[in-house]
Ligand binder design. Sequence first.
Ligand code: KG4
Ligand code: ZN
Length: 358
Amino acid sequence: MEQFFKKVILMNDVNILSIESSCDETAAAVVRNGRQVLSNVISSQIETHKLFGGVVPEIASRCHILAIDNVVSQALEDAKMTFNDITAVAVTCGPGLVGALLVGISHAKALAFALNKPLIPVHHIEGHIAANYIEDPEWEPPFICMVVSGGHTHLVHIKDYSEFDILGRTRDDAAGEAYDKVARVLGLPYPGGPRIDKLSLEGDPNAIKFPRVTLENGSYDFSFSGLKSAVLNYINKASMKGEQINNADVAASFQQAVIDVLVQKAILACKEYNSKKFALAGGVSANKHLRAAMQAACDENGITFRVPAPILCTDNAAMIGCAGYYEYLKGNFGSMYLNAYPGLKLGEKINEQYQLQP
Ligand code: KG4
Ligand code: ZN
């Protein structure tokens, strides 16, 4: 079946209109043949959620409803296309906020139905991983990938397009979540990751010795809640003693503790799985210090390193169009009964189990 689809589509360009609405970005893109981004429109809700110090799910859903029509139209306009030029519609179906996901899914289903084009459900994390295929058109599996985002921290062995072995994941907070929480106690606005990234430039990463939590020997799991508590304790103790803290030093030292653990586990996995290719993905991989540290460690160990451009690290629809292309090749289409799957696991397929048939 897969071979049949490949043969049919390789004769024509595949233009995928993709939609992403799993959290606080309403995004649409047009991606040609999985690798060429013809448009990539992102409408961010950050200014709205900033007022509350984090994403408010109900508000996110409402903002998506207001934005989605214009964002999709803009994506087509930027790609200089009409709906007739589209081969299929891809959409993030999980994981994410259920109400937010449903807005994108309903829109995609309506388009696919009206245009009589295939609907392609895409896993959000597979999208993040696929951003590397856009960044480097020659990049192919197998490789080791670390996905560090606001909701997820995964170390994954990418064996083939959409074939994954999860080596490790966070046991508590995701890396981005830890960044956002530490930023909050430092009085920085949401989202805190980019603020800590910037503030760290002025701080000393060795000023405060925060714990590096590596868990059991050889484990690829992560834990960031202990580090987060250590930062909170440090700040509380200093304030009880009436001592002034240096926010830049706290930010830089916290960040260094995160990066040390991520780099150590990444290299360990590459060695154990005999991989000479390593890629970063997800919002936190926009972090300048993390990118530099991973590049240096990979260079030192003879590993080729890739990371998407910062705009493709955080949530966007181009990555969904890219991942959607490889699902399209496999003929993994969704029915009009496709639902939102807020807790969808990486590697869990959108098959009959999820795609209730009429
Ligand atoms: O991948 P993403 O856009 O959304 C999720 O799927 O979760 O990731 C958002 C997360 C937020 O926690 C944000 O603070 C973090 O990525 N982030 C960063 C940076 N840019 C975004 N963290 C550290 N440094 C950055 N430059
Ligand atoms: Zn994401």
